[in-house]
Design a protein around this ligand. Structure first.
Ligand code: CA
Ligand code: CA
Length: 324
């Protein structure tokens, strides 16, 4: 097992096909971890459990993203008839398909929160022999690995009573009421209650759109990626614990497509974040506690006109000081 892990140490990807055979010897539970970050903070374990004859996927450590529901272990019974475990696994972005001895198939989705959750590691509760293992890269449809979510301690502002939300912070009005726009990339027509992209993939891994609407920067009828412009919040005084969070997806371009926290007095961009060339939302969290008491605003910029030249945003949770 050790030598197999040495060999796959540098194999990384979210578009991989893996074929392997394991002789479990004395091990009771054995399999492989996929979508694993370098330190194992995120990982998804696909394994066989000899004690009850089940083939399982363990997602308890699949994601540090707070929007992602953790569903734990799922699986089902399959009799290996004393044979070695033969795994055939497809990693296709958030989709994982795994076959055990071509008798049992598991399909699951994982929504990683870290850029580096791309590794593999053979795992067992006792040493096993990896008889064979082959890994191929598959062609990516589009996009890049998911962006990291840095979750600071005590990021929740719900304990504070002297704060309020930004006006229409989650676009629940179904339009851009309360926001300031420039150009045509962000218009009322971009605010939508559409839950899915590409037909059947949820925009939000939590499978809920906060407030029922979100700002989908790509709207083909309105002009698609070709539109440019900015969206700006009202100025506010930062309060609470100073921690801001929001959802973003769409194109990756930190210069032309980004969300920023801006200081009103000098226009300085204090925090900046882009997306991942993928439509699925990820929550970003900024620890702006150094700026509590300062007058700030949120700015969303789209100066991109090419492929994936749009941003989608929603649910700006900003602790705004109540005026005294
Ligand atoms: Ca919303
Ligand atoms: Ca654009």
């Amino acid at each position: 097992m050790e030598s197999a892990n040495q060999l796959i140490r540098n194999v990384k990807g979210d578009m991989l096909e893996i074929v392997m055979e394991m002789d479990p010897r004395e091990a009771q539970k054995f399999g492989i971890k996929v979508r694993r970050s370098d330190n194992g903070q995120e990982e998804t374990l696909i394994y066989y459990d000899k004690t009850n004859g089940t083939f399982n996927v363990d997602r308890t450590k699949s994601s540090i993203d707070p929007d992602v529901r953790v569903d734990g272990i799922q699986g089902g019974y399959v009799d290996l008839n004393g044979e070695n475990l033969k795994l055939h696994i497809f990693l296709d972005r958030s989709v994982i398909e795994a076959f055990a001895n071509y008798k049992k198939k598991l399909t699951t989705r994982v929504y990683v929160g870290r850029y580096d959750s791309l590794g593999l590691q053979v795992w067992a509760d006792k040493d096993v022999t990896v008889k064979s293992m082959e890994v191929w890269e598959m062609n990516a449809l589009t996009g890049q690995p998911a962006a990291p979510v840095d979750v600071p301690k005590n990021w929740d502002n719900s304990v504070y009573t002297d704060i309020t939300d930004l006006p229409n912070h989650d676009f629940a009005t179904g339009d851009l009421t309360g926001w300031i726009t420039e150009g045509d990339a962000f218009q009322d027509v971009h605010v939508t209650d559409t839950q899915f992209f590409w037909g059947n993939i949820y925009f939000n891994p939590s499978q809920k759109i906060p407030g029922g609407y979100h700002l989908w920067g790509f709207n083909e009828q309105a002009g698609g990626d070709s539109l440019t412009g900015t969206l700006q919040s009202q100025n506010f005084i930062l309060g609470g614990n100073g921690k801001i969070n929001f959802l973003v997806s769409g194109g990756r371009d930190i210069d032309k497509l980004y969300v920023a926290l801006v200081r009103a007095s000098d226009g300085k961009e204090l925090f900046k974040e882009t997306a991942t060339n993928y439509e699925e939302y990820q929550r970003k969290i900024w620890d702006a506690s150094n700026y509590i008491g300062e007058e700030l605003y949120i700015k969303v910029v789209d100066q991109s006109t090419g492929g994936f030249g749009h941003l989608n945003v929603d649910d700006f949770n900003v602790p705004v000081q109540v005026k005294k």
